[in-house]
Design a protein around this ligand. Structure first.
Ligand code: EPZ
Length: 471
């Protein structure tokens, strides 16, 4: 648009050079805008600015890690189970519950609705005999994407719900169109104004919902909503994550009638009410996978306990291809530090494919492999932006487009001052700090605390030199 392509061969190299300069200018501008946007998002969308900008991790890298690390209950199962508890007037006891920033926020949201919540050590009791409010607190809802899952049970119990557009990690556009379409199919009126939506339904009616794109929280929200709807609901092209089947299994114990969870077609026959009970959350597969990658990068020998290797089959297959030595037991994995890593390309996919949440640490692993690997995050469009921070530490990662990067390795990493942009990128930067030469300072660690309970204490037990500094 700025110039006419010349037909004269003499000018061709100059035109090619000019083209390259223009492209890199726009690419850099895009990156700067991404980071500015992130900072504005953090300041505007979370009230945690104090902890975000004041606490940080200080890491001295290069120590070999050895020992045992236990996997906590799954964050993404805890959030959905806590929300589903609102379907019942009876008490739900949820054990193996991780107390991390995201689960603390969902419990605050639930309490704010007038529901009874009691917290114990890795256990929570929720009794929604009454739901006194049907407007979700704006500030809390803006802090996590999973707040939208509360809309289903609150709507089913009270006939109305109002909430702000949900927040969450800045890893892509993350629209909510499939939620709103789904609610409408249940016979709900949807009104949208000023970033808030309002759902009204005197009675929820079973629906046939086909998800145009596989959505995890969308599937869970529609499954939960259907439990108290009249008649049968069929969800097609549903997500198959293990957290979904575990929740369906427990809901059935409480009297729900769900079949097919864990397959692409879920059928729910609505019931008038459901009871209470005790649910043990499944282990966090993303935490287990992250620790396995840590073992390959920085072990020694690391034993990962209380995990379910079946839930991370795709990662384990990729690690094996990369040359990582892993021994598998029923609820344990033993991982040895890899002396020589082979490059392995990966494309993220819905479960049981390679989890997008494990893409950031796997990308880091590939910076230590000899050769080039192509990382393709097919699910979210901004999940590779964090590779800038790895490049700052010495990695050689080229962004091909927002969904794909090429990692050229091996590269030595050096300690730097960096900011955690989101949860999974944040933990990846911690891992990077642990293998880097020198001191790394990671700011905005609220993002890491959203998903990993007391992570520095658990890593210290492996011998890591990591400190939380509260200013
Ligand atoms: C869940 O997010 C997880 N979060 C994410 O984990 C995880 O990365 C993601 O699933 C994919 O596995 C929770 O469970 C709380 P999606 P979710 O709806 O459910 C598009 C972490 O780090 N989409 O499955 O929000 C969307 O933009 C977090 O623990 C629409 O277009 O993800 C994406 O491209 C981050 N319209 C795709 O679907 C919609 O209405 C899949 O997203 C909804 C989603």
């Amino acid at each position: 648009m700025f110039y006419q392509k010349s037909k004269c061969p003499f000018f061709l190299p100059f035109e090619a050079a000019w083209q390259t300069i223009r492209l890199s200018f726009f690419k850099e501008l895009g990156r700067i805008l991404f980071w500015v946007d992130n900072i504005i998002f953090f300041r505007y969308n979370t009230n945690a600015c104090n902890s975000i900008f004041m606490s940080y991790f200080e890491i001295i890298g290069g120590k070999k890690l050895n020992g045992e690390i236990e996997v906590k209950g799954a964050k993404n199962a805890a959030l959905k189970a806590a929300a589903a508890a609102l379907l019942s007037r009876e008490k739900w006891i949820i054990t193996n519950f991780p107390f991390i920033e995201d689960t603390k926020r969902i419990l605050e949201l639930i309490e704010d609705l007038g529901v009874k919540v009691k917290r114990f050590d890795s256990k929570v009791e929720i009794q929604a005999d009454q739901i006194k409010k049907n407007r979700l607190d704006d500030e809390l809802a803006k802090k996590l994407r999973a707040s939208i899952i509360l809309a289903g049970p609150v709507l089913a119990r009270t006939g109305e719900v109002r909430m702000h557009h949900p927040g969450g990690c800045v890893i892509g556009k993350r629209p909510i169109d499939m939620f709103l379409d789904g609610f409408q199919k249940f016979g709900t009126k949807v009104k949208w104004e000023n970033a808030h939506f309002r759902l009204d339904a005197k009675k929820l009616k079973g629906a046939k919902i086909f998800f145009p794109k596989v959505t995890v929280t969308g599937t869970e929200t529609m499954m939960i909503t259907a439990v108290l709807a009249e008649g049968e609901t069929i969800l097609e092209n549903a997500a198959m994550e293990p957290e979904i089947s575990a929740l369906a299994e427990f809901l059935n114990k409480c009297g729900a009638k769900i079949s097919g969870a864990g397959t692409p077609t879920i059928r729910i026959r609505g019931v008038k009410k459901i009871g209470g009970g005790k649910m043990e959350l499944i282990p966090d597969r993303i935490e287990a996978g992250t620790f396995a990658i840590l073992g390959a990068l920085a072990g020694g020998k690391i034993k990962i306990t209380k995990c379910n290797p079946d839930h991370i089959r795709s990662l384990l297959a990729h690690l094996e291809k990369a040359g990582v030595k892993i021994e598998e037991k029923k609820n344990e994995l033993i991982v040895w530090g890899a002396k020589k890593l082979l490059p392995v390309s990966v494309a993220t996919h819905e479960y049981p494919g390679f989890a997008t949440d494990l893409q950031p640490p796997f990308t880091l692993l590939m910076t230590q492999a000899k050769g080039s690997s192509l990382i393709h995050d097919s699910i979210f469009e901004s999940r590779l932006m964090f590779t800038d921070a790895l490049n700052l530490m010495g990695a050689h990662i080229v962004m091909n487009d927002p969904h794909r990067v090429t990692v050229n390795g091996p590269t030595k990493l050096f300690g730097r001052k960096i900011v955690s942009p989101d949860l999974r990128a944040g933990i990846t930067l911690v891992l990077a700090g642990l293998i880097a030469e020198g001191k790394t300072k990671i700011e905005n660690i609220y993002q890491i605390d959203r998903g990993y309970e007391k992570i520095e204490e658990r890593l210290q037990k492996l011998g890591a030199q990591i400190k939380r500094i509260n200013k």
